[in-house]
Design a protein around this ligand. Structure first.
Ligand SMILES: [Fe+2]
Length: 349
């Protein structure tokens, strides 16, 4: 028998399997090739969601249900290969959330970590652990595990952002807990910008001891991240597979900003074409600027600003930027690295 072939199913063997099956036994040799595969084998498929269509349907949903009644008014981006499971990859969730002017998405907390990536509108707020932050296009906002959070929109425009959560991971471990705060909004006890000043200015409080796994900064403004890419691009040092790719970090220890989700921002100069790349972390990409084409496992997707696409684990990825482009992305790389699973390959296999 090889790693990929199953032993023959003789009448004697099948009779034996049936006999032991009644008492909840299973012969490993009958399933080995299905569960220990030489390469990742996933139902997850590459796919692209056009923001323009999503926005139209979100606004339609806005006429059907309030943010408060829905708890969160979100359209889930379901991977076409994983329908009915509320997953964009095997381990991650994605949804697009709409908060209309004057609305509140009530305070709650859960064991799942969440990121927000702002795609439309500006000026709505997220409160986390007593601090309120105003959100603008491209801002990356974290709600850490078990942290109280609520959203409100006091601006004049509808606000839409991408929610990225580790819901499938929490479900896999059967570790989901959630509770409501009991009020629409938690009390604001800290000044806006406090955590940014305290932890995000290349300093830390002198006796600071790290207690949480997530970054104490919960808004990484796009203006800052984009400025950093803009300055670095002058150096013209391009990674052949990534262009210029940065990861969002926890300033306390340099780890990824979240314990289970790895967030990134990358710039591709106009005309840049990446070399083939594959890694075990299925990745959700959001085009924030520019236009381009990404080929995943032989399928090509043309994208423009705010479009969202997903690349499954270990499928060949090539990006081509038609003009200067910026991509936000997130994956489970941080979890895989901690658990010893993560692997990458550059170039053709
Ligand atoms: Fe939540």
């Amino acid at each position: 028998m090889s790693l990929t072939e199953k032993p023959e199913e003789t009448p004697e063997r099948l009779a034996f399997y049936r006999k032991i099956d009644r008492e909840a036994y299973k012969p490993l040799w009958a399933v080995f090739a299905d569960i220990i595969t030489p390469q990742p084998k996933s139902g997850c498929l590459p796919h692209l969601w056009r923001f323009q269509q999503a926005r139209e349907w979100l606004l339609e949903a806005g006429g059907l249900i309030s943010a408060k009644e829905a708890e969160r008014r979100v359209l889930i981006l379901e991977n076409p290969g994983l329908r009915g499971q509320s997953k964009i990859t095997t381990s991650l969730y994605a949804g697009l959330q709409l908060v209309l002017p004057g609305e509140v998405a009530p305070a709650h907390r859960h064991s799942q970590s969440a990121l927000r990536f702002v795609l439309d509108g500006g000026g709505a707020h997220t409160s986390v652990n007593g601090e309120r932050t105003l959100m603008q296009y491209g801002d990356f906002v974290i709600t850490p595990p078990w942290a109280w959070h609520d959203h409100g929109n006091q601006s004049e425009q509808p606000m839409i952002w991408l929610d990225g959560l580790d819901i499938p991971m929490a479900s896999f471990f059967d570790a989901s807990f959630a509770e409501g705060y009991g009020e629409d909004e938690q009390p604001v006890t800290r000044a806006t910008g406090d955590s940014q000043a305290r932890y995000g200015a290349n300093m830390l409080p002198v006796d600071y001891r790290q207690r949480e796994l997530a970054s104490p900064i919960f808004n990484y403004p796009y203006s800052r991240s984009r400025d950093a890419l803009e300055t670095m691009k002058n150096q013209q040092e391009w990674d052949p597979c990534h262009g210029l790719k940065m990861r969002y970090v926890n300033p306390v220890d340099g780890a990824y900003a979240m314990p289970t989700i790895a967030p990134f921002l990358q710039l591709l100069p106009a005309g840049f074409k990446t070399e083939v790349y594959r890694s075990t972390d299925a990745t959700v990409f959001v085009a924030t600027e520019g236009r381009g084409r990404t080929t995943i496992d032989g399928h090509s997707f043309d994208w423009g600003p705010r479009d969202i696409f997903v690349a499954p684990s270990w499928k060949a990825i090539e990006h081509e930027a038609f003009d200067e482009a910026v991509l936000f992305s997130y994956s489970d790389r941080v979890a895989q690295e901690k658990l010893g699973f993560w692997r990458e390959h550059r170039g053709e296999v």
